[in-house]
Ligand binder design. Structure first.
Ligand SMILES: Cc1ncc(COP(=O)(O)O)c(C=O)c1O
Length: 446
């Protein structure tokens, strides 16, 4: 008991010290924060970007480097939460956008670019026979769900605990307060037997199973292949549609993550980097389902002023053709696995309750020992350790995320990766005694 209290105090002090150093080093960001708080609640318009004591203001980016308002330089290991795959200044993207804009902005019509990007997506992702564009991954999922409800004439949608499908589609053990009021059934992730039993019990009520093949925001927890296959089969047997949300995972190899595991969805949703760094989302899949939106014959309308905007269409096409053809996706996947292996080896050697979950270029630090199969397995970790890691990495000139999410983008170099591993090594050395002593107390029964 005495030990636990002193660990608690030590952690509080370590966090307070780190926050103090951060505050002292970032007066211009603090000033921005105070000014903007007069016009936006908490100076914020995107919840994920907030952290204590106040978030940095980023003023400039080039390749894999960003600079904050106080002139600090960071190597970018978060890459706009996966949308920034191409970095901050890829000439291929800038030229494509410039060219598109020279031909005219806001054309109020079909344009020459949307068909080219649509064709690329259909050729690249096996599940996608026909595709439609949106402005965000959130919208893509909303439209895919809507299509499934109409196609099946049913009401229920199976989702998974800890999943994130967008700003109005977040789930803990239940839908979040901001989640749209569809008829959701929330089931535990990676429990194939339980999910299949529930889907069978619901019978003909289920319109769709909506699934991330790796929980992204939920902590980079991959679906076990057996789980994916079981859900594919269960959806088919129940006459429901399998919607795979590959907004984050479509980068995992040349055809996306589900194709790697041999699972083909009825509908697949996309977003992030596929728009070349611009606002983007898309949903696509079986021609018979997507034809619901065919304005010549289908019953469903799907509008959106910016759905086919030339800037996104041009940037997305340039990115996929010039910077991220399938072999580049395979290479990035291998590179990410290499980094994660190094980080995990380091944690194991130090005997720390620290591990890096994920696949390919997306990973998440978790301060727990033992297997991680679902978000509940990491819920007992002490958030103060995550904060210490985040602030430590910032001091080392490495920009990640408060929740421990780490992303490799294309311009990140091997030297950057070495620097990242060194910084984690120093973190482990600095906080070794704290981490080792906190281990038992923090594992929450794990
Ligand atoms: C798996 C997944 N689906 C959907 C979304 C929502 O995409 P957007 O932020 O473009 O609305 C995200 C965003 O992080 C995501 O990770």
């Amino acid at each position: 008991m005495t030990t636990e209290i002193s660990i608690d105090v030590m952690l509080d002090e370590a966090v307070a010290d780190a926050r103090r150093r951060f505050t002292d080093a970032n007066p211009a960001s603090l000033q921005q924060f105070h000014t903007n708080a007069g016009y936006m609640p908490g100076a914020n318009s995107r919840s994920v970007l907030f952290y204590a004591p106040f978030p940095l203001t980023i003023v400039r980016g080039e390749a894999a480097t960003v600079w904050d308002a106080d002139g600090h330089r960071y190597t970018d290991f978060i890459g706009e939460y996966t949308a920034g795959l191409y970095g901050h200044s890829a000439p291929e993207i800038r030229e494509a956008v410039d060219e598109a804009m020279r031909a005219g902005i806001s054309l109020t019509g079909h344009n020459l670019l949307e068909g080219k990007l649509a064709r690329l997506l259909c050729e690249r992702f096996p599940a996608v026979e026909l595709v439609r564009f949106t402005n965000s991954g959130t919208e893509a999922n909303l439209m895919a769900i809507t299509a499934a409800l109409r196609f099946t004439g049913r009401r229920k949608i199976v989702v998974f605990s800890g999943a994130y499908h967008g700003g109005v589609l977040g789930f803990g053990a239940q839908p979040l307060p901001t989640t749209v009021p569809f008829d959701f059934i929330v089931l535990p992730y990676n429990d194939a037997e339980g999910a299949v039993a529930r889907i069978e019990a619901e019978g003909a009520g289920i319109a769709a199973i909506l699934l991330e093949p790796m929980l992204g925001s939920g902590g980079c927890i991959p679906a076990e292949p057996g789980f994916l296959h079981a859900l594919r089969d269960a959806a088919t047997r129940a006459g429901a549609l399998l919607i795979t949300d590959e907004v984050m995972t479509s980068r995992m190899g040349g055809q996306g993550l589900c194709a790697k595991v041999g699972v083909t969805a009825d509908l697949m949703t996309m977003g992030k980097y596929l728009g070349g760094g611009m606002s983007f989302g898309a949903f696509g899949g079986r021609a018979d389902v997507m034809s619901l939106f065919d304005p010549r014959t289908g019953p469903l309308a799907h509008s959106g002023t910016f759905n086919n905007n030339v800037v996104t269409m041009a940037a997305g096409y340039a990115g996929l053709t010039k910077l991220f053809p399938p072999h580049a996706a395979d290479a990035l996947f291998a590179r990410g696995n290499g980094l994660r292996d190094r980080l995990n080896a380091l944690a194991v050697n130090a005997g720390m309750p620290l591990q890096f979950t994920g696949l390919g270029s997306l990973m998440n630090a978790h301060f727990v020992a033992g297997g991680v199969r679902r978000p509940e397995d990491v819920a007992g970790a002490d958030p103060r350790l995550r904060e210490l890691l985040f602030l430590h990495l910032l001091e080392a000139g490495l920009y990640t995320s408060p929740r421990g999410f780490i992303v490799l983008s294309l311009p990140v170099t091997d030297a950057d990766i070495d620097a990242f591993v060194d910084a984690i090594e120093r973190f482990v050395a600095t906080y070794q005694s704290l981490l080792a002593r906190s281990g038992g107390a923090l594992l929450g029964g794990g």
